[in-house]
Design a protein around this ligand. Structure first.
Ligand code: ZN
Length: 965
């Protein structure tokens, strides 16, 4: 009795009870402990959802619950075919947020079948009243759920929840929580409260990082985190046991290092998940293994807020105080050791969490694949006869230059506002340069992209790159001299596919001596020039193919160029980039301009070599995204990561000899090119034939080159024609538009208020724009008013820019034309006309009612009255009519040459205004619901009521730009 009283009075007991109770209330075992059925374990089909019937079916975010809205007329049937044997819990019910009030409750009626067996028939469910079934599923079993409306209410969202049936999971959770606090309390009461802090934090990290993968709370997360805590506690009590203080100190140091290491992976997973909303995937690990620590760190720097760096640094500091704990224990307490041992055994019963398997499996796959690839390349060299390669004895030199992280959107050659490619811009004007306008990379990571580029494998032929010959196998077999000259690392942390390819070359020079660990290069890319010169000094006959791998614009852009190339360090961002503040854009653009210089120097070097026939082929491994700041991480993919530069240069001798190939190449230069076809392009370029060649359709030097856009997939799974690929759909729509003879008017982009956007629009092929102006005493400032929306550009900046002359139409929406500034406005227009000949190109639009507006027209400029958009709100016919008379009187007096109006006014203009205004007035309109990137843009355009009205001269539409202001 007394013992029981003492036990109940024990402070430790009550601490454990209280802490356990709080934890369990927070965790709610039973509610959130759902081992979900993985999506690979079943296939689901839904019948009955249609436009007429309605209905909805979707899997919720934690992947256990399917939300189902019943159809209006007939039932929705969802049927799951299971692929594995499992016990499942199937619950049907009405979502809690469905209606429940005096008028009644939402009601959904369910029927459930397991194969042919009817389990539930016409079960009426309401919020708070669900039904759970336990089913023993064999592989191939079909479970179907029929869902019908019950009582007629609007909100009647039903659900079907499918979980694995693990009846003891909730009990295990309770058990682990109590166990955790027992170990904790014991540990603290042994005097180690300070030591328990880092261990608790480490346990939480482990718990959260495992949780991040299943987003469901389960017993195994708790098991692993308590295992960490009790193992640390056991180890720590061993560490502080020895009486010799030096041994104690040594053991403590070892312990701290181990604890820190054990927390590193969980920490990275947690950091990544918090930042990007999803945990690390296999592709992230692949990217990591084939690059190097430095790149991974610079990648994290790229993406993570500074605060995370402080936390990362704090992680080791957290464990350091353990080194100074002086307390020595006299006897080892067996309790924690026993708990630890039991937990270790239990973890073997549970599955290893995904956080650990993803990391370790990725590493296993990576090394296996790389080994296979190397072996395969060696065997092709050894048995080159099987490749049946034609011999190449001509005296020719080829440079194959591989750019790094080069975004076409940051090159003036491709329409970027800053002059980042002056050399290429002038080279492009020569007949011996061919520039591809639609080149993309097949992957966003260097090693994966280049292993597809340099082997016969590509996405379309579905060959496996590990089993395919490389272009160097072919060149070797053709008796060509091959060189690999690189400023990149020879090895990643664990070696990579690119170095495996490079190793096959006759000669290899890696000027970057920081082997394996970092991408800190000793030299800028320009240092490669000397190496190439030296290597080719004595070459005068035979065919030479030199692969040049640049460091280009690899992460840590500011380390990629010498000081004299720091051309962009000002921050007139608004005038260039509108509302966007692109990440690290100055150093990136500096690295681009340096890259342009280096490549042009290489062309000069090539040109100076004593050979007749010479050619250069430049492409990039992938691009870089500076807008969402995701760099080129495939798991955070967006389409800006793949638009790369690709171009060729040829000597006169080459052009003479291979004229038909060049003609084909020029013909193909506007077609889509993916860089996994580089293998075929090099075969075409050098004219080498082999049994290991793909069809002509993949060879850009062939007349038969044709890649179906719809068959292209990026990263092997993302459709190139995906509706989210706006750049692609804009291009397609512009092509369709230029062939559309039914549209009688010109179409231009609305609100081109930043210079970046102006350049983008002209690069897309628009020769007209609309922009907003605020007249400021002597200057037309571009922007639509308020400091926030003024770009800092003047109209003169636009006219004076390198694309100024290409504009044949500029719609000037003057926001502040008034009686008292009309004279000055006109004066300025005349000055600009003297300088830039704008009279025939501009059109001055204003909503001013001032009768002085006619002065501008009389001076020879086109003017337009901006019709008040609010007329479209009026319904009363008499008012509509009187408005028309009012407007007609005014514009007659103003003598405008045109009217401009929102498309919603089109009906009023045709019915009321048109009969009473001069017929020669031009009409201009805008319909901002039309967006050029829409996949159904052309259809939408044709559906507009004004689509075939030839009184309309111009239509403004919305063209999205990151540089919109
Ligand atoms: Zn790269």
């Amino acid at each position: 009795m007394k013992q029981i009283t003492t036990f109940l009075r024990s402070k430790k007991l009550w601490i454990i009870v209280v802490l356990s109770a709080i934890s369990l209330i927070l965790l709610e075992p039973g509610r959130y402990t759902h081992p979900r059925v993985s999506q690979v374990d079943y296939k689901v089909e839904v019948f009955g959802i249609s436009d007429s019937n309605g209905g909805h079916f979707s899997l919720d975010s934690n992947e256990t619950r399917f939300d189902i809205t019943p159809g209006e007329a007939e039932s929705i049937v969802a049927s799951w075919t299971f692929l594995t044997e499992k016990n499942i819990e199937l619950k049907v019910g009405v979502s809690n947020w469905a209606v429940q009030d005096e008028e009644g409750s939402a009601e959904v009626v369910f029927g459930v079948r397991h194969n042919q067996l009817v389990l539930l028939n016409d079960l009426k469910t309401q919020p708070g009243n669900s039904r759970k079934l336990i089913l023993e599923i064999d592989s191939g079993d079909v479970v179907s759920v029929e869902v019908n409306k019950g009582a007629i209410l609007l909100e009647d969202i039903g659900y079907v929840e499918i979980k694995e049936h693990r009846p003891y999971d909730s009990l295990l959770v309770v058990f682990y929580v109590i166990l955790f606090w027992i170990v904790f309390v014991w540990f603290v009461f042994n005097g180690f409260w300070l030591a328990s802090i880092p261990m608790i934090i480490g346990s939480l990290l482990i718990w959260y990082s495992i949780f991040a993968y299943d987003m469901l709370f389960n017993a195994s997360q708790l098991l692993w985190s308590i295992l960490f805590f009790s193992l640390s506690a056991s180890l720590f009590s061993i560490v502080v046991y020895p009486s010799n203080k030096w041994i104690r100190f040594g053991l403590k140091t070892l312990f701290i290092t181990l604890s820190f290491l054990a927390c590193t992976l969980p920490f990275v997973v947690v950091l990544y998940t918090l930042e990007f909303g999803k945990p690390l995937e296999q592709t992230d690990y692949f990217g990591f293994y084939q690059t190097d620590i430095r790149e991974s760190i610079s990648y994290l720097q790229f993406n993570s807020p500074k605060a995370w760096w402080l936390i990362l640094l704090a992680l080791p500091i957290l464990f350091i105080p353990l080194a100074f704990i002086k307390k020595r224990i006299n006897k080892l307490n067996p309790a924690t050791f026993v708990v630890s041992a039991i937990l270790v055994i239990m973890t073997f019963i549970f599955e290893i969490p995904e956080m650990i398997t993803v990391a370790s499996d990725s590493y296993g796959d990576y090394t296996k694949e790389l080994e296979l690839f190397k072996e395969n390349l060696r065997s092709f060299d050894e048995f080159e006869g099987q490749l049946q390669v034609s011999q190449k004895k001509d005296n020719e030199v080829y440079f194959i230059i591989i750019g790094e992280a080069q975004s076409k959107f940051h090159m003036s050659q491709y329409g970027y506002v800053r002059p980042t490619t002056p050399h290429l811009d002038s080279l492009s004007k020569l007949a011996n340069t061919v520039i591809f306008s639609n080149a993309i990379s097949s992957n966003t990571h260097t090693a994966m992209s280049l292993s597809a580029a340099f082997t016969q494998a590509n996405y379309s032929n579905q060959l496996d790159f590990q089993k395919s010959p490389s272009i160097i196998n072919i060149l070797n077999a053709a008796d060509v001299h091959t060189y690999w000259i690189s400023n990149q690392l020879k090895y990643g942390i664990w070696d990579n596919a690119v170095s495996a390819i490079a190793e096959q070359c006759e000669e290899q020079v890696f000027i970057n001596s920081n082997m394996g660990k970092t991408n800190e290069t000793d030299d800028f890319d320009g240092a490669l020039l000397e190496v190439i010169k030296r290597k080719l000094k004595s070459a005068n006959e035979g065919t030479h193919v030199v692969f040049i791998h640049l460091m280009g614009s690899h992460g840590q852009y500011n380390k990629r160029y010498p000081d004299e190339f720091r051309m962009f360090d000002h921050d007139d961002f608004k005038s260039l980039f509108g509302n966007l503040n692109p990440y690290e854009v100055n150093p990136y653009d500096n690295s681009m301009i340096y890259n342009d210089f280096v490549v042009s120097e290489m062309v000069h070097l090539l040109d100076s070599l004593p050979f007749e026939r010479k050619a250069m082929f430049y492409f990039a491994d992938h691009a870089e995204d500076l807008i969402t700041k995701h760099g080129h991480s495939s798991s955070l993919f967006n389409f800006r990561m793949i638009h790369i530069p690709t171009y060729f240069w040829f000597s006169d001798g080459y052009i003479e000899t291979y004229s038909s190939q060049i003609a084909n190449l020029k013909e193909n230069s506007t077609k889509t090119f993916t860089n996994d076809l580089v293998y075929d392009a090099i075969l075409g370029l050098t004219g080498i034939s082999t049994k290991a060649s793909n069809s002509e359709g993949f060879n850009v030097f062939s007349a038969g080159y044709q890649l179906q856009d719809s068959s292209i997939k990026i990263l092997n799974h993302i459709d190139y024609t995906d509706p989210g690929h706006s750049v692609y759909h804009e291009e397609i729509n512009l092509q369709k538009l230029s062939n559309d003879s039914l549209i009688p008017f010109n179409i231009f982009p609305h609100r081109v208020d930043s210079k970046g956007m102006l350049y983008e629009m002209t690069a897309k092929g628009f020769d007209g724009i609309e922009c907003d102006l605020v007249f400021n005493d002597t200057v037309f400032e571009i922007g639509h008013g308020g400091e926030e929306y003024m770009s800092g550009n003047s109209l003169e900046d636009y006219l004076n820019s390198s694309v100024g002359d290409s504009l044949t139409f500029i719609w000037l929406d003057i926001k502040n034309l008034r009686n008292d500034n009309i004279d000055k406005v006109l004066e300025r227009l005349i000055v600009l006309d003297d300088q830039y000949k704008i009279k025939q190109r501009v059109f001055v639009e204003s909503d001013t009612k001032s009768l002085l507006f006619d002065k501008i027209r009389k001076a020879g400029f086109n003017t337009s009255y901006y019709l008040p958009t609010d007329i479209s709100q009026i319904e009363d016919r008499a008012i509509l009519k009187s408005k028309a008379i009012e407007v007609a009187n005014q514009i007659n007096k103003q003598g405008v040459s045109s009217i401009s109006f929102d498309a919603s006014l089109y009906n009023w203009v045709t019915v009321y205004l048109s009969p009473i205004i001069p017929q020669e007035l031009e009409w201009h309109t805008w319909q901002l619901g039309l967006e050029l990137q829409q996949t159904n843009f052309i259809d939408n355009l044709h559906k507009q009521p004004f689509a075939s009205d030839n009184r309309i001269k111009t239509l403004l539409i919305r063209v999205h730009s990151p540089y919109y202001l």
